[in-house]
Design a protein around this ligand. Sequence first.
Ligand SMILES: NC(=O)c1ccc[n+]([C@@H]2O[C@H](COP(=O)([O-])OP(=O)(O)OC[C@H]3O[C@@H](n4cnc5c(N)ncnc54)[C@H](OP(=O)(O)O)[C@@H]3O)[C@@H](O)[C@H]2O)c1
Length: 348
Amino acid sequence: MARVNSSGWQPAAEGVDPRRVPQRLLFTGMSMPAIGLGTFGSDSVSGEAVAAAVGGAAAVGYRHFDCAAVYGNEHLIGPVLQQVMAGGVRREELWITSKLWNDRHAEAEVIPAFLQSLRALQMEYLDLYLVHWPFPNHHAPGVDVSSRDLHARPYSHLRFMQTWRQLEKLVDQGLVRHIGTSNMTIPKLELLLQEARIQPAANEMELHPHFQQPELFDYVRRHGIEPIGYSPIGSPARPDRDRTPEDSVDIEDPVVVEIARRHGVHPAVICVKWAVQRGQTPIPFSTNRRNYLANLQAVLSDPLSAAEMQAIAALDRNCRLIKGQVFLWKAGQDWRDLWDEAGVIVQS
Ligand SMILES: NC(=O)c1ccc[n+]([C@@H]2O[C@H](COP(=O)([O-])OP(=O)(O)OC[C@H]3O[C@@H](n4cnc5c(N)ncnc54)[C@H](OP(=O)(O)O)[C@@H]3O)[C@@H](O)[C@H]2O)c1
């Protein structure tokens, strides 16, 4: 039966019991729900609509929310999270992530940037705080892929560690339970793991059937770092600036479509099932109640067979969608330089 409360928010009768949602055990001994709701409106969905989806998703059983300062909507999500807690969900049941944007990597900026997110989200602590991108290069929201920061610089481990030390302080101060990375590569993580006093608990990385990143996926898991998979459905509504002609569409892949037909669900739901069963934590975005409910239900029932998991494993095309061109630091450079594809950090 729905709990009665004065906040206007209440659990939905047809939702799922959050205690049934699989959890990922982190190196700290704490656990994180193995599926979360993404909150990046891709420049096309308003902050208000995203915040409403956070409330709706919590009502159907989501407890994990993937936020970021750059999404520009944390101040709208904060009041909704307050309503959710006033409606009876305890803070410890929630998993709230936020991320440090690229224009705040400087030593003196990290803690103030974190505090801004913390206040906007109306929280006393966060569960996870990530460095959103390893490059300090700033670009204005919504700019074209050809846009370049005049002060853009290549990756510097020294500078990254200065940022990381500030994140470690946030853990020491009890303001965040875990810290982590996003859009990292093996050579960059290798250096971080050598010097980190507090190791990353998670690495957020693009993961979907056409982009499985098997080497990085195995690497982070071997090092006790949870892979959080972004764009798990292949980001069909991503901004035009993040599209190139060679991109493929996961939810139109005939193998995914056929498996979806067999299970009687949308191909997007198959991408979510595959992600959780493979061992990553997907954070699908949706403001459509039917879709975010279907994504959550996907992880609780009707699992993919071993043969279906193998069929999807065979679909990997190394098709990176979020290439990061705006972080490039010199003219005529290839976006692959950002991803250290030869196994060494590209610095010139
Ligand atoms: N760390 C990073 O650098 C980074 C980068 C990109 C994204 N992210 C995070 O990852 C989250 C997810 O990635 P994303 O937003 O790029 O893409 P995504 O989750 O792969 O795709 C979202 C799209 O899929 C549709 N969808 C969701 N569930 C569906 C279902 N069951 N049936 C049919 N359509 C469905 C949604 O439409 P409807 O709204 O109509 O359902 C939406 O258009 C972001 O919101 C953000 O939190 C992080």
